[in-house]
Design a protein around this ligand. Structure first.
Ligand SMILES: *[C@@H]1O[C@H](CO)[C@@H](O)[C@H](O)[C@H]1NC(C)=O
Ligand SMILES: *[C@@H]1O[C@H](CO)[C@@H](O)[C@H](O)[C@H]1NC(C)=O
Ligand SMILES: *[C@@H]1O[C@H](CO)[C@@H](O)[C@H](O)[C@H]1NC(C)=O
Ligand SMILES: [Ca+2]
Ligand SMILES: [Ca+2]
Ligand SMILES: [Ca+2]
Ligand SMILES: [Ca+2]
Length: 288
């Protein structure tokens, strides 16, 4: 934490104008770290104490200091307030790291604090940097949370089925870390690979042969986990629908038929009806 005192003897308005230039080059005087989502009016820190301003003023002057926030365009004055007498900074609004900084891995909000003695003879400004730390307040989410994927029943073992990934808007350890199947399956397993940008790609892999005529669809639930403490999770329910392949020949209901045909039967008379079935569906299952 670097501390720097800036003093001038001019009046408040002139000082503010001067500060417009000063602030551009000014380094940070005070740095605080807070977690996001603190309750309203949580204390961030005391500018009076932490700035060291008491060291350059007599205690009677120090006690007359009044503090306020300067309105700079890049200042987050909507989120914080300062006590005009004690110089204590507090939150005045819910601070959501995800709103303020999105996927940035560091999140710093700036404030410019002014302080002046009652006599008006001593004027100070402090640039305050407030680092907002991520908490694990968001779960990994699949959108939508259920889906239907299809695979041909003759798909080779090790064929893969892409599935939509989850997202978690927290950062670092609090964002998505891994996937697994909620309950293990005889037919599918989950494999996760990593993109060049570090994001995870979940895929279902076929582990054993399928037969649509035996089982036309499967249900698997994929769980996405973040690395927070405690961890949060999200689920994707997948209906894996097995596409038919024409892998069955029509079967007659009997292997052989004994039919006696009378010699005098006229041509084109109906001798008997044959019954055949095909367990495939649609065109694959039509018997002609
Ligand atoms: C300090 O703030 C209080 C309210 O919090 C207000 O009543 C008072 O007038 C302020 N004093 C100065 C010197 O601005
Ligand atoms: C993040 O998680 C890893 C592994 O669980 C752990 O070693 C590390 O200390 C964590 N980092 C933070 C900042 O919590
Ligand atoms: C799974 O999806 C298929 C459509 O591909 C549908 O016919 C079937 O009814 C679904 N199963 C359930 C239980 O939702
Ligand atoms: Ca948040
Ligand atoms: Ca968060
Ligand atoms: Ca999270
Ligand atoms: Ca089939």
């Amino acid at each position: 934490m670097s501390k720097k005192l800036h003093q001038s003897y001019c009046c408040r308005i002139l000082a503010t104008v001067y500060l417009m230039f000063y602030a551009v080059q000014s380094s940070t005087d005070l740095t605080y770290e807070i977690e996001e989502e603190l309750p309203l009016f949580s204390e961030v820190g005391s500018v009076a104490r932490d700035s060291g301003v008491s060291r350059v003023l007599s205690s009677s002057e120090f006690n007359t200091l009044r503090y306020w926030l300067l309105l700079y365009p890049e200042s987050h004055t909507n989120l914080f307030s300062i006590s005009n007498t004690t110089g204590t900074l507090r939150t005045t609004s819910r601070i959501d790291r995800e709103t303020e900084c999105h996927y940035e891995t560091s999140c710093t909000l700036n404030l410019h604090v002014a302080a002046q003695t009652e006599s008006g003879r001593q004027f100070f400004t402090f640039m305050v940097a407030i680092i907002v730390l991520d908490i694990n307040d968001n779960s990994p989410i699949f959108q939508p949370s259920s889906t239907v994927v299809t695979i041909d029943e003759d798909a080779a073992v090790y064929s893969s089925i892409p599935i939509p990934p989850a997202s978690d808007i927290d950062i670092l350890n609090n964002t998505l870390q891994r996937y697994h199947l909620k309950t293990s399956s005889d037919v599918f397993e989950l494999k996760v690979t990593r993109n060049l940008d570090g994001s995870l790609i979940p895929q279902l892999y076929v582990k054993s042969e399928m037969d649509r005529e035996r089982q036309p669809f499967y249900f698997v639930t994929v769980v996405a986990l973040d690395g927070g403490n405690p961890r949060r999770s999200g689920e994707l329910k997948i209906n894996v629908t097995v596409n038919d392949v024409n892998d069955n020949a029509p079967l007659f209901t009997q292997q052989t038929y004994d039919v006696e045909v009378n010699e005098v039967t006229p041509a084109n008379s109906k001798v008997m009806a044959l019954l055949a079935t095909d367990p495939d569906t649609g065109q694959n299952g039509r018997v002609r």
